[in-house]
Design a protein around this ligand. Structure first.
Ligand code: NAD
Ligand code: APR
Length: 238
């Protein structure tokens, strides 16, 4: 990896506009399972039974149990070193925006400011009918919306739902102008977020545990996000 890491660092230092695009693989080193790896969520549970609007309306009990488990699994999770590296790079003006598919909030927890959550946030609850915000405790305790009696849900994008317009637009326009896009810890399996990384005329570098079928990048570094980002940062300091 030594040569590839040096190349990625050189491109990062040269780039006037850099966007980072992350997925669940960015959080596995913080002990949050991803979705499609061997130990991923969708290896144990069929996503259509929990992560769809049908699941919410037809089988609220299972929907509620799944998201309660995910919220509780996040309780005292801390961002790993890779997250802190990205936050430091933002402070040094090396990256302009992070577009993430993750709903765990770890980029902001590590100190990154310019973050767009393309699939929403699991830390925010709302009523599925009227959209009124609700507390996480209210959701976990199985209460209904105080205003209209509707079902409560986390403010995440379920399959079949549209992505938040502002997050989509800001990430898309940043990527279109980017000279470098770092794609970290995502299978690029889910529309339409997976279309974003290729919407640039700049270079695309993929950092991922598994190679992506059907994509060609300017550089692919296979390995763990946290470790590789820390090594890039070391090379930059030396
Ligand atoms: P898809 O049917 O093309 O599935 C793509 C991949 O996601 C497949 O590999 C499959 O394993 C997995 N998948 C399929 N259904 C899933 C589900 N309900 N939950 C989790 N994983 C699932 O789905 P798509 O075309 O990528 O997305 C369809 C709609 O979902 C789009 O309208 C999109 O806006 C929305 N969406 C939802 C999410 C989410 O986090 N739930 C993420 C991106 C897009
Ligand atoms: N370092 C680098 N890559 C990793 C690591 C790691 N430590 N751990 C896992 N990966 C890789 C996996 O090999 C896989 O290719 O990250 C990728 C994770 O892919 P998914 O599990 O599909 O997660 P993601 O791409 O974020 O899924 C997209 O699907 O279910 C929906 O809404 C959900 O936002 C999610 C979307």
């Amino acid at each position: 990896h030594v040569k590839d890491i040096q190349t990625a660092v050189d491109w990062l230092l040269q780039s006037q506009k850099t966007v980072v695009f992350t997925g669940a693989g960015m959080s596995t080193e913080s002990n949050i399972p991803d979705f499609r790896s061997r130990s991923g969520w969708w290896k144990q549970i069929d996503p259509r039974t929990v992560a769809t609007t049908e699941a919410l309306t037809e089988n609220y009990q299972l929907f509620h149990a799944f998201y309660t488990a995910r919220i509780q699994a996040l309780q005292d999770v801390l961002p790993h070193e890779g997250y802190h590296v990205l936050a430091r790079w933002e402070k040094r003006g090396l990256i302009d925006l992070i577009g993430t598919q993750n709903v765990d909030g770890l980029h902001r927890k590590a100190g990154s400011d310019a973050v767009e959550e393309l699939h929403g946030s699991i830390h925010m609850m709302k009523c599925h009918s009227c959209g009124k915000k609700a507390s996480t405790a209210h959701f976990i305790d199985g209460h209904v919306c105080e205003a209209c009696g509707g079902k409560l849900r986390p403010n995440v994008v379920l399959f079949g739902e549209m992505l938040p317009q502002r997050a989509w637009q800001r990430t898309l326009s940043a990527i279109e102008k980017a000279e470098l896009v770092l794609v970290i810890g995502t299978s690029l399996d889910v529309h339409p977020a997976n279309q974003l990384p290729m919407m640039t005329d700049g270079r695309v570098v993929a950092i991922n545990k598994e190679a992506h079928a059907g994509y060609t990048f300017d550089l692919t570094i296979e390995g763990k996000a946290g470790e590789l980002l820390a090594r890039m940062d070391e090379v930059m300091q030396s």
